[in-house]
Design a protein around this ligand. Structure first.
Ligand code: TUI
Length: 316
């Protein structure tokens, strides 16, 4: 029912991508989402090529369907991760945290579809010229590294300006968000935070519980003073970090304060002194479900809305 051009481009049943979450989205989650008809994504973050190889192998034992690899462009291992992605013949790549321009030619030559994440109109236009196949337009409601624009404002602006499929991200976790994104001009959505609470996700249980307990104002943005704002659930770590920022700590001091905080929360489960990256939509996520249940709930929720709209038209 929601077959858009994006589905044909990526050979997927539903126009629904799983967000690439560093330390969280491994091969098991990515394969479960692809198996359910969406597009699963392995999030590399700052991981090296040997970690990525393990995750690709895990995903390939669990599904025959395609999945993507996300490249975090600021990673110190970016070169070896790009090399491995090409060598392993991954068919779709998403990118984040920068401009993937310098890798475009190699991806094109290897017939890899490139879907960059953008948080501004200027970069969106530049990436169309560089040959992006689609783009993920990410609003500041998202978890993790964020831009300044909201999904509601940025998606229609970019959808009007580019002639490739737009995928909306940030603040989407159910059928209502899915339909809203299509109404804004997107051909699909990317969902991150809700998939953190997937049964197949290898994140620590305490992290999932933190998201499930979160209410509307649970997240804050830290690090604006460093030029790399990051959204996370408010806890003892964010309180300490924001206090340091207010008191004028230097970039170096803040870097030391933040070191190792992603794995501390995601892997070790220290959800008070670690950084629990999550989007504003955390307040809407209320249970742990399988990836398939999440995909089907979003799509069936969207189908119900579409039917309701069609019934409204009949009554007019
Ligand atoms: O990348 C994300 N979110 C992330 S990555 C991450 S892990 C990490 N690890 C170590 C250091 C930093 C992060 C946690 N969350 N989202 C995609 C995204 N990309 N959001 C915003 C952007 C972005 C920002 C600037 C994309 C392009 C860009 O380009 C600047 C330019 O014009 O060159």
């Amino acid at each position: 029912m929601f077959k858009t051009n994006l589905c044909n481009l990526l050979n997927i049943e539903y126009p629904l991508l799983q967000g690439a979450m560093a330390w969280i989205a491994g091969g098991q989650l990515a394969s479960a989402v692809s198996q359910a008809g969406g597009l699963g994504v392995i999030g590399t973050g700052n991981a090296d090529a040997s970690w990525l190889k393990q995750q690709i192998d895990i995903a390939r034992t669990m599904t025959d369907k395609a999945f993507a690899v996300n490249l975090m462009l600021a990673s110190p291992y970016i070169e070896e991760v790009v090399d491995l992605t090409i060598k392993e013949k991954i068919s779709i790549v998403t990118t984040g945290g920068g401009n993937p321009g310098i890798y475009m030619e190699r991806f094109k030559k290897a017939e890899i579809k490139v879907i960059p994440v953008v948080a501004s109109l200027a970069l969106a236009k530049r990436l169309v010229r560089l040959g992006a196949d689609a783009m993920i337009v990410e609003g500041m409601e998202s978890g993790g590294h964020v831009g300044e624009m909201t999904t509601m404002c940025l998606v229609p602006m970019i959808a009007d300006a580019v002639d490739i499929p737009v995928i909306a991200a940030g603040g989407i976790a159910d059928g209502r968000g899915f339909m809203a994104a299509l109404a804004l001009g997107a051909q699909g959505v990317q969902v991150g935070t809700r998939f953190v609470c997937a049964r197949e996700c290898n994140v620590h249980l305490a992290y999932q519980e933190k998201i499930i307990k979160a209410r509307d104002r649970a997240t804050v943005v830290c690090g604006a003073s460093t030029g790399h704002p990051v959204r996370a659930i408010h806890n003892k770590f964010t309180r300490q970090y924001l206090q340091a920022e207010t008191q004028g700590s230097s970039k170096e001091e803040l870097e030391i304060l933040g070191r190792g905080k992603y794995p501390a929360a995601a892997v070790e489960g220290d959800v008070e002194f670690g950084s629990v990256l999550a989007g504003q939509i955390s307040g809407l996520v209320s249970e742990i479900q399988t990836a398939e249940e999440i995909v089907m709930d979003i799509i069936q929720g969207a189908v119900k809305i579409k039917r309701r709209w069609e019934d409204m038209q009949c009554q007019e």
